[in-house]
Design a binder for this molecule. Sequence first.
Ligand code: S5P
Length: 272
Amino acid sequence: PPHTQSYGERSLNFTNPTAKLILETMERKKSNLAVSVDVTDKHDLLAIIDAVAPYVCMIKTHIDIIENFDFSLIEQLQHLSHKHDFLYFEDRKFADIGNTVALQYSGGVHKIASWAHLTNAHPVPGPSIIMGLASVGLPLGRGLLLLAEMSTKGSLAVGEYTEEAVRMARRHRDFVIGFIAQTRMDGVGAAGDDVSGEDFLVLTPGIGLESKGDSMGQQYRTPREAVYESGSDIIIVGRGIYGTDPKAIDTITRQAERYMAAGWAAYLERLA
Ligand code: S5P
């Protein structure tokens, strides 16, 4: 099973170039940490990325919350990813019909497909959402995650919905490389299908070492609970790292180092 293989070995389980690049980067940097930098000022965004990037395999963005966005920001983001060797995951959570998501993914002011290695989608519209996004992303070598589960209290993405998300992914393995989920999805909803050798990346948000949640339904588990107990591959950490003060760069750097160590230790424990 995939979660007993090393990240480096697992790059051979995928044909999608983004999946391979993610796994190779994790192995090279010895990091399964993705930092979610949910700040609204582009200068804060760049400063935080520059500080945490040595400790991450991936930076997760919400590019639409940046108040002073202009396209030169994208060039600066790309410069940082070359300098520090990591990938971008734009957490766009597409959820519309194929034709609309293709336009949202390629166009508008953010031109997500031109710079984000990875993005994600809700499976709620059915397989057409994958077809729409793949029409833009596949020729560029991009990858897609489906939101199979969510970290929030009362999430509707459970049971049959989660199983159907996995079946949708299984039929589009060239583009769908994994899930946003709280646990592994290997063989979920497989019924009689042969799923031996199946591998999907599991990226898990709702991670915190101190807090158990926030006042708006977010729920946190520790890196060890996610990676060792639930077999997650990448931990996604936001406020646990950048806290409440985006200017406190020294603290942010220390926290990134701390989460990286916790995530990697849980992975080594899983392999052992
Ligand atoms: O189920 C989910 C899926 C996502 S992508 N729960 C989440 O929290 N997220 C995202 O992860 C959310 O949009 C936010 O950007 C990040 C979690 O941030 P934190 O500050 O709570 O760690």
